[in-house]
Design a protein around this ligand. Sequence first.
Ligand code: NAI
Length: 258
Amino acid sequence: MPRNVVVTGSGSGIGAALTALLRARGDRVIGVDLRGGDVDADLSTPEGRATAAAAARDAAGGVVDAVVTCAGTSVPGTAMVTVNYFGTTEFLTALRPALAAAERPRAVVIGSISGTQPSDPDVVAACLADDEATALAHAERAVADGRARQLYPSSKAALAQWARRTAVAEGWADAGIPVNVVAPGIVLTPMSAGIFDDPEMKKVMDTAVPMPLNGYLRPEDVAAAVLFLVSEENSHITGQVVYVDGGAEATLRGPSDF
Ligand code: NAI
């Protein structure tokens, strides 16, 4: 049976690769992106998220079999918080009833290996308190202090914690909805292209994200892991951060931290 799958960030990189794979196997994808999607919306604002979720739900006829949130940005600035974190958590929460209406619903959030790197505890705490105004105030301070780059790991660390907490909260596991995070290493997409333009930056990234198994990822490699987690076969995996990173997390954190 074809399933209705909502994919944010469907126009580029991982979201585009996932959309192509899902459509190739007969699923119906409702793509959400800034432009050119089935639903065009700006997930950086509460209005944009609410409108997008309502439009995606309607396009799916009220029953959504899976949601995958790929939309994100690595441009240093507050959008790292508004898009990467709230653009996922609010969007997914708005679609929870439509997921609960499906027979075998699934949700996957795209995190990052960066979520294991140093973050801004105030931003993370405000995100997890669902307090966007305070998160934005801390994010603006980080930008003013020259710490804008820290907002990316902060958004991804908060996302991982949100997903683990949400997976077992009322209305999710007990409604049959697994929630997992796929956390990639470096993926060859438009987002990471700048790394390869600058040999110094590439050296820094190769040290920060060592990938001994098969090197950099193609977006399809990440999509393949997502495909399993949103499939009907995934009956019991929930609340997990699945590192699809060529061994980066195991290298960086070592064998005892899992
Ligand atoms: P990409 O830049 O190719 O695609 C991101 C998509 O998100 C674009 O289609 C863009 O239009 C959309 N988007 C951005 N802001 C939006 C907004 N305000 N509203 C709606 N849509 C918006 O990036 P990529 O690499 O495919 O990234 C996908 C996810 O994977 C992101 O969450 C990123 O943080 C994560 N990731 C990427 C890695 C990489 O090396 N490329 C590594 C680890 C995680």
